[in-house]
Ligand binder design. Structure first.
Ligand code: GDP
Ligand code: FE
Ligand code: FE
Ligand code: FE
Length: 187
């Protein structure tokens, strides 16, 4: 699928602000794919569709999680986590993208997981550092992303976990697993 066709499809699913974010993730993901030798076309499509389900009604997302036998524990955690696996499902069924590498990059873009693929890491980090992101700590992750993708990912995770702790929010197990996998690999 061509970039312009994909963008046209996703634009209808998003607010203008979220669409601009998507463009930023797309450009960043392609840059990272070039730098780290990933498939640029897959990085582009995964980035374009990563937030496809962001604005689906919670009830619809909940039903999909139950009917498609997605991990049930998702339902006890922050609803923000739902759009990633539900997005992968809808991008497959509504848009017709069948490539598992792309679908997994969408599925794990919020929580991450242990043993992420290169493409999954690229979309996760691109989502975190795209030019529209302005939160505390983003500059450090941007700099790391030029040098070492795993280090950038680890720093983004540490920031996210710290942010959740500060807000007294639960941390989804896959987020912890992502962190553990990276910190144990480092040593
Ligand atoms: P966005 O869709 O572009 O806004 O970015 P994400 O898909 O990465 O969504 C991140 C949101 O999920 C943030 O607001 C996090 O605070 C929230 N979130 C809630 N619980 C968790 C968790 O356990 N792990 C992670 N990584 N994010 C979580
Ligand atoms: Fe997202
Ligand atoms: Fe993210
Ligand atoms: Fe996003």
């Amino acid at each position: 699928m061509e970039r312009h066709e994909a963008l046209e499809i996703v634009k209808k699913q998003l607010t203008e602000h979220r669409y601009q974010h998507t463009i930023g993730v797309m450009e960043t993901a392609v840059e990272l794919a070039k730098r780290y030798g990933a498939d640029e076309k897959k990085a582009e499509l995964a980035a374009i569709f990563h937030d496809y389900a962001k604005f689906r009604p919670k009830e619809e997302m909940k039903q999909i999680i139950l009917e498609q036998n997605m991990p049930n524990d998702l339902l006890s955690y922050n609803t923000e986590l739902w759009h990633a696996p539900v997005g992968a499902y809808l991008v497959q069924t509504e848009v017709g993208i069948q490539d598992e590498d792309i679908l997994k990059a969408i599925r794990y873009h919020t929580s991450g997981r242990a043993d992420m693929t290169l493409l999954e890491k690229i979309v996760y980090v691109a989502d975190y550092i795209e030019p529209g992101r302005i939160f505390q700590g983003v500059e450090e992750v941007r700099a790391l992303a030029q040098q070492d993708l795993d280090q950038a990912l680890l720093q983004a995770l540490k920031n996210t976990v710290q942010f959740l702790l500060k807000k007294n929010q639960p941390i989804y197990p896959d987020t912890i697993h992502t962190y553990n996998a990276l910190i144990m690999k480092k040593k």
